[in-house]
Each structure stands twice: as C-alpha cells, then as structure tokens.
Design a protein around this ligand. Structure first.
Ligand code: FES
Length: 109
C-alpha cells in the first residue's frame, strides 16, 4: 500500500471558506499532490489544476483577469483547461475535477 490514493477518488483539499476568501485555493502536498482550485463555492464549474509548471517545475499563478495560469519563471501560460497557450512549456498542466461538498473542497484526478 502506498500513500498515493487510488485515482478517481474524491479527496478533501481544503475548506470552502478559504476558497471563497481569495477566489482560489493553493494546497501543496494535498492527498493528490499540489493543487490549485480556482473559483468560489458559488461557481458552477470549479477549475482545478496541479500548478506545477511542466517546463521546470515552478508554481504557476492564476491570473483572474486574463483567465489563465502564468508561470513567473519563464512566462509560460496555460488556459483554464490547463492547455499551453504560450511556451516555453510544451505539456499541459494536469487537471482535476473539483466540487464543494458541505464546507469542504474536494478534487479527484
Ligand atoms: Fe514555468 Fe519555465 S518553469 S516557464
């Protein structure tokens, strides 16, 4: 048995209250790894990705105005679907499905 949860299982990564305060929730070393959830508990379709840039591993930031993720290191950009919009990254960010249940934020891969 490893520490990695079976994929496809919902994992709690934080509180809806924390998500609502900033409109995003960054959790390092959650049960699924690093995860960045974007939205609020009122958002129908929450966006959730592994914010680890696929170029060299920096942590990307969510740019709410542009609705994209931007890497501070070499300026790669990804859409809210995790797809690369601008290099030097070539591979998409890993994405998760996210939902609110009670006062918890859950994701699954
Ligand atoms: Fe993100 Fe290089 S580490 S663009």
């Amino acid at each position: 048995q490893t520490n990695t949860p079976a994929s496809g299982e919902w994992q709690t990564v934080g509180k809806a209250k924390e998500l609502d305060q900033k409109g995003q929730l960054l959790v390092k070393n959650s049960p699924v790894g690093n995860v960045l959830v974007v939205g609020t508990s009122q958002t129908g379709n929450l966006v959730a990705v592994d914010p680890t840039c696929t170029h060299k591993g920096c942590t990307v930031d969510w740019k709410a105005d542009a609705k994209k993720f931007a890497c501070p290191c070499h300026r790669a950009e990804y859409g809210s679907d995790g797809q690369v919009q601008k290099g030097p990254a070539e591979k998409p960010l890993k994405t998760y499905t996210a939902k609110i249940e009670g006062d918890s934020v859950l994701v699954k891969s």
